[in-house]
Design a protein around this ligand. Structure first.
Ligand SMILES: NC(=O)c1ccc[n+]([C@@H]2O[C@H](COP(=O)([O-])OP(=O)(O)OC[C@H]3O[C@@H](n4cnc5c(N)ncnc54)[C@H](OP(=O)(O)O)[C@@H]3O)[C@@H](O)[C@H]2O)c1
Length: 245
């Protein structure tokens, strides 16, 4: 299938490795001109060199810096046509009552406000040019909260609701706004959470983790021209893991 994004400018945040880098690679493979960002200049420049992208330093939790990032990318590559928001995940604990209010606030800045600020920064230009793709990398925990990941579930669910509202507001301007909900995909984060051990794998219907490439293929499609009539959607990429309808 022709994805029709050759020459489009894509910005993927939280992309020095893992899901973000995988999505950035898939977009670059489709001919998009890709900018990636993360907190570390060293890591993001190495990642950018590996996929022929441009690297930018940006902490997704710093919502006040979102506009400057979008301006810097636009100055180097042109106006952003495709935004993929991502960052690292918050701390995990099986005790949902164990987090400090400071951890709740920090996760709000990281997963909700920081992502929203990026979306707000790109939308005016996309609407004016009457073409845009916004994709939020979220989590299957918004559908089925996992006992260890309450910080993730609570804030990602809030962002999902905000994006659903925004999707309707910009649908008439040629801009789509969607979310991808990974189940367990083989990255450092999944390994750090111990989700790749044999016991955890046995709980997965597919009996294996998803690959970054499988996840990135879904992302590239949602960022494509043929996906123009898909908006306000949250797509699970979880190998059938979620039980809810
Ligand atoms: N893998 C899964 O199965 C899975 C499932 C559900 C949800 N998720 C969520 O998807 C996101 C990506 O997961 P992953 O598995 O790819 O994680 P990962 O392998 O740990 O990669 C995280 C990436 O985010 C960057 N990052 C971390 N904190 C950041 C921040 N504050 N601002 C900007 N960039 C930041 C890191 O780069 P620097 O360190 O260079 O900043 C790195 O490039 C996470 O939020 C995770 O919770 C993952």
């Amino acid at each position: 299938m022709e994805l029709g994004i050759e020459g489009k400018v894509a910005l993927v945040t939280g992309a020095s490795k893992g899901l973000g880098l995988g999505v950035a690679r898939a977009l670059a493979d489709e001919g998009a001109r890709v900018a990636i960002s993360s907190r570390s200049r060293e890591r993001i420049e190495a990642a950018a060199a590996s996929i022929g992208a441009r690297g930018f330093v940006h902490d997704t939790a710093d919502g006040d810096a979102a506009f400057a990032l979008v301006q810097a990318v636009s100055a180097e590559l042109g106006p952003v046509d495709i935004l993929v928001t991502n960052s690292g995940g918050p701390p995990a604990s099986p005790d949902a009552l164990s987090f400090t209010h400071e951890q709740w606030r920090a996760t709000y800045e990281l997963l909700l406000l920081g992502a929203l600020a990026l979306v707000e920064a790109v939308l005016p230009g996309m609407r004016e040019r009457r073409w845009g793709r916004v994709l939020s990398l979220s989590s299957s925990v918004v559908r089925e909260p996992n006992p260890a990941l309450v910080l993730s579930a609570a804030h990602r669910a809030g962002l999902l609701a905000a994006l659903k509202t925004i999707a309707r507001q910009v649908a008439g301007d040629g801009v789509t706004v969607n979310s991808l909900l990974p189940g367990v995909i083989a990255t450092d984060r999944a390994r750090e959470l111990g989700l790749d051990n044999p016991e955890a794998l046995a709980q997965l219907p597919a009996g294996r983790l998803g690959s970054v490439e499988e996840f990135a293929a879904a992302a590239a499609f949602l960022c494509s021209e043929p996906a123009a009539y898909i908006s306000g959607t949250a797509l699970l990429v979880d190998g059938g893991g979620a039980r809810s309808v």
